[in-house]
Design a protein around this ligand. Structure first.
Ligand SMILES: NC(=O)c1ccc[n+]([C@@H]2O[C@H](COP(=O)([O-])OP(=O)(O)OC[C@H]3O[C@@H](n4cnc5c(N)ncnc54)[C@H](OP(=O)(O)O)[C@@H]3O)[C@@H](O)[C@H]2O)c1
Length: 241
């Protein structure tokens, strides 16, 4: 999926990786960028259309979908990281509301438009989807669930010619990034790597030095092989080992 001349919607577009994705989509020649935010947003580029979009608000999701005529790329980027204790059930529910049900509901609302354009869905998940992170365990649980959703919708949407990409970043230097002294990638470099990989057709995207160190292991590993075997089952194809 080449971004030039395409229409892109990005959730959580006002800061961090989302804001950088808006600028990267513009610099790659996007025709229109819908910037989903909870607070009013202004952007100097006239190709940006602000959309009021709290991903936990079903009325706002419906209104956003109704206001868009066509869409080529949906980027589910909005996310929440509370750094809460494992025993904090309320934090788990908040993480699930934003990080799982948010992309789940936004995707279902926009799938008809993406089907029409044979478009792409890009879910910004996290390396924390692959292994629990003790710093924020209920965040990791929600991202693992969001990754499973991404794999499931990849199979379902393929029937309509829609591709689905998972982004699994390591630490990024944003408000959400871990506040400890470890190397963190810049949001701009991550946004660039994400859209480069989408244009390249990569299914699973590891957009920074830390995540890219596990990319090959993931792509050649048993979990990816199982994902492909299960997907083949859904398509009625014989399973090969
Ligand atoms: N930073 C990292 O180290 C890292 C690593 C791996 C994955 N990620 C993922 O990357 C994505 C972007 O994170 P970031 O680092 O850019 O974080 P960030 O700077 O904290 O930005 C989070 C964005 O999500 C928005 N958001 C939160 N709750 C929302 C809701 N209910 N509805 C709509 N928007 C909502 C925020 O909007 P408000 O300004 O209104 O709060 C903000 O725009 C997230 O999915 C995150 O999990 C980040």
């Amino acid at each position: 999926m080449i971004v030039q001349s395409k229409t892109v919607l990005i959730t959580g577009a006002n800061r961090g990786i989302g804001r950088a994705l808006v600028d990267e989509a513009l610099s790659r020649g996007a025709r229109r960028v819908y910037a989903g935010t909870r607070q009013a947003l202004t952007h100097p580029d006239e190709r940006v259309t602000p959309l009021t979009l709290d991903v936990t608000d079903s009325a706002q999701i419906r209104a956003a979908a109704e206001s868009i005529e066509s869409l080529d790329v949906l980027i589910n980027n909005a996310g929440l990281g509370l750094y809460a204790d494992l025993s904090d059930r309320a934090a788990l529910e908040r993480h699930l509301a934003v990080n799982l049900f948010g992309p789940y509901d936004v995707t279902h609302a926009l799938l008809p438009l993406l089907t029409r354009s044979r478009g792409a869905i890009v879910n910004v998940v996290s390396l924390a989807a692959l292994a629990a992170v003790p710093l924020d365990p209920t965040y990791a649980m929600s991202k693992a669930a969001a990754f499973s959703f991404t794999q499931a919708v990849r199979v379902a949407a393929a029937r309509y010619g829609v591709t689905v990409h998972a982004v699994l970043p390591g630490p990024v230097d944003t408000d959400m990034g871990p506040q400890i002294d470890i190397p963190k990638a810049s949001p701009g470099s991550v946004a660039r790597a994400i859209l480069h990989a989408v244009e390249n057709g990569d299914e699973d995207i590891f957009p920074d030095p830390i995540s890219s160190s596990v990319a090959e292991g993931w792509r050649n590993g048993v979990a990816k092989a199982l994902e492909q075997q299960f997907a083949a089952l859904a398509q009625g194809e014989p399973v090969t080992s």
